[in-house]
Design a protein around this ligand. Structure first.
Ligand SMILES: [Cu+2]
Length: 130
């Protein structure tokens, strides 16, 4: 009988202390993100620079965090190319910068958006939202 009571009391204490911890930690996680991604300029914006030449991109796999605003800068180093991510409604037909919110987890194809020549179809990569 006493053991049962003690167990019940301990369980309650544990529940109370867990609840207290959970409430206090809400904001603690935010500051832990600092420095995690050197490319990020500020806050929840992740800066990505993608460069194109005949006939490839300098990156074929880009990883971004779900929910972040992605600031995509596209540059042509050689030839005339563009970039598009059809599933995310992102398109840059010339060098420039665009922003989009990576709000869905998944793997999306990006590719050259301009018929640039014989290697056009090789100009593909994937962007992974995780
Ligand atoms: Cu092309």
């Amino acid at each position: 009988m006493n053991k049962k009571f003690a167990l019940a009391a301990m369980t309650m204490l544990l529940a109370v202390s867990l609840a207290a911890c959970g409430g206090g930690n809400k904001d603690a996680g935010a500051s832990n993100n600092e420095g995690a991604a050197p490319a990020a300029s500020s806050g929840d914006v992740q800066a990505v620079t993608l460069k194109a030449k005949n006939f490839e991109f300098d990156q074929t796999e880009i990883r971004v965090k779900k929910g972040q605003t992605v600031k995509l800068t596209f540059e042509n180093e050689q030839g005339i190319h563009g970039v598009e991510i059809p599933d995310l409604n992102v398109k840059l037909d010339q060098p420039g910068t665009t922003e989009f919110v990576a709000d869905k987890e998944g793997t999306y194809e990006f590719k050259c958006s301009i018929m640039c020549g014989s290697g056009h179809n090789d100009m593909v990569g994937k962007i992974i939202v995780e």
